[in-house]
Design a protein around this ligand. Structure first.
Ligand code: PMP
Length: 396
């Protein structure tokens, strides 16, 4: 029966990982893979996470199921971190949190929820967006459309975005990146978020905000600006959240799907449906990651430690962004790449063209995605000049 099954090419990033591994050049640099890296190029376990795990080993008393909505303590902490402890939405009991297997699992819950409960609604994605958005929404059978996000020079095209949002049919779903837009690194300013809010209100759109990098852009509070603005002014919205990056617990699959309804009654209806969606997909979410996060939030000491480490990661990335532009100045390229210092999060649309990306790999063993998206966290003091010299070589 299996003879007729065709082989499909693997994920482009996985191919990149293999090519990097196989490259014997001792100076090779990996700017492809989407995980945080420290100055030594490793993705360490955060100290607060290790300490929480140690406590869990000592205190965890059962491995029984945690229920389709997951750990309520985890859900509460996530809601407060996203929406703020003083959120009126929380005070009015209008937000439901369903713990999910990572941000991807949350997106799948969102997709299934839209497909089942809002039939006929299309979802509008930024062009470009994280490629797996298309994978997940497509797998759930949603109709996907796109709005522009960058112009021909690979810079944020906010006017184009806004004009396209104004044309979206009433009631459709629009996916927005809360911060640290993947893959471009271009985020909206407070003023731009306000304009997006106006259009969403005018067109009566349903925003689905993907929040996978809280704390990686400008800080936990600042990064939540757009989400909180929408939550404050809209009756209904959806949010997907991930702890993969800001707790560094990628493989523990820890995320959350949040639905905000106009009142507590609607919220309870929506929540009852989401329990079924989760149950039909995977029954219960994994518990280890959410237990780590809840343990950290329930300890002042561990929360302070985690915040400090998160600040360190964010500063490292943002310093690398400005150091990168400075290191290109002797080559006369600082203006051309100035946008890299203004972008936020791990990823940067560098503006390098596919032929530059290819030359960087072939001539200098520097690996990044064909679109010119680089993981800035793959840079460090030891390879920065090497990378900048190589860029100067290939763009000339
Ligand atoms: N959304 C975006 C924009 C992402 O970049 C990612 C991770 N790369 C996710 C969601 C999914 O995160 P997770 O690993 O928690 O599934």
């Amino acid at each position: 029966m299996f003879e007729a099954i065709e082989r499909v090419p693997g994920d482009a990033i996985l191919g990149l990982i293999q090519a990097f591994k196989d490259d014997p050049n001792p100076d090779k640099v990996d700017l492809g893979v989407g995980v945080y890296r420290d100055e030594d190029g490793s993705t360490p376990i955060m100290r607060a996470v290790k300490a929480a795990e140690q406590r869990l080993v000592d205190t965890e008393a059962t491995k029984a199921y945690i229920g389709s909505h997951g750990d309520p303590d985890y859900g509460r902490h996530v809601l407060e971190t996203l929406l703020g402890t003083d959120s009126a939405v929380l005070a009015d009991n209008r937000a439901s949190a369903t713990q999910s297997p990572g941000g991807t699992g949350a997106l799948r819950l969102a997709a299934d929820f839209i497909a089942a409960q809002l039939p006929g609604k299309s979802i509008w994605l930024s062009d470009p967006t994280w490629p797996n958005h298309k994978g997940v929404f497509g797998a759930a059978g949603l109709d996907m459309q796109s709005y522009p996000y960058v112009d021909a020079d690979n810079r944020l095209d906010f006017d184009g975005m806004l004009a396209a949002l104004k044309q979206i049919p009433q009631g459709d779903v629009v996916l927005l990146h809360a911060c640290c837009h993947n893959p471009t690194g271009f985020d909206l300013s407070a003023e731009q978020w306000q304009q997006v809010l106006s259009v969403v209100q005018e067109r009566e759109l349903l925003p689905l905000v993907d929040f996978a990098y809280q704390g990686f852009g400008d800080g936990l509070e600042a990064d939540a600006y757009g989400v909180r603005l929408l939550a404050e002014h809209l009756d209904e919205m959806l949010i997907t959240q991930s702890c993969s990056k800001n707790f560094g617990i990628y493989r523990e699959r820890t995320g959350c799907f949040i639905a905000i309804a106009k009142d507590a009654e609607d919220m309870a209806d929506v929540r009852s449906q989401l329990a079924i969606t989760a149950r039909e997909n995977y029954s219960n979410p994994p518990a280890h990651g959410s237990a780590i996060v809840a343990t950290i939030f329930e300890s002042e000491e561990l929360t302070a430690m985690w915040r400090e480490e998160l600040d360190e990661m964010r500063s490292r990335i943002n310093n690398l962004r400005s150091d990168f532009v400075k290191a290109l100045a002797p080559h006369g390229l600082d203006q051309r790449f100035a946008h890299v210092a203004d972008q936020r999060g791990m990823f940067s649309f560098t503006g390098l063209q596919p032929e530059h990306v290819e030359a960087l790999r072939d001539r200098h063993s520097i690996y990044m995605v064909k679109s010119g998206r680089a993981n800035v966290a793959g840079l460090n003091r030891a390879n920065l000049d090497y990378v900048c010299n190589a860029i100067a070589d290939v763009v000339k």
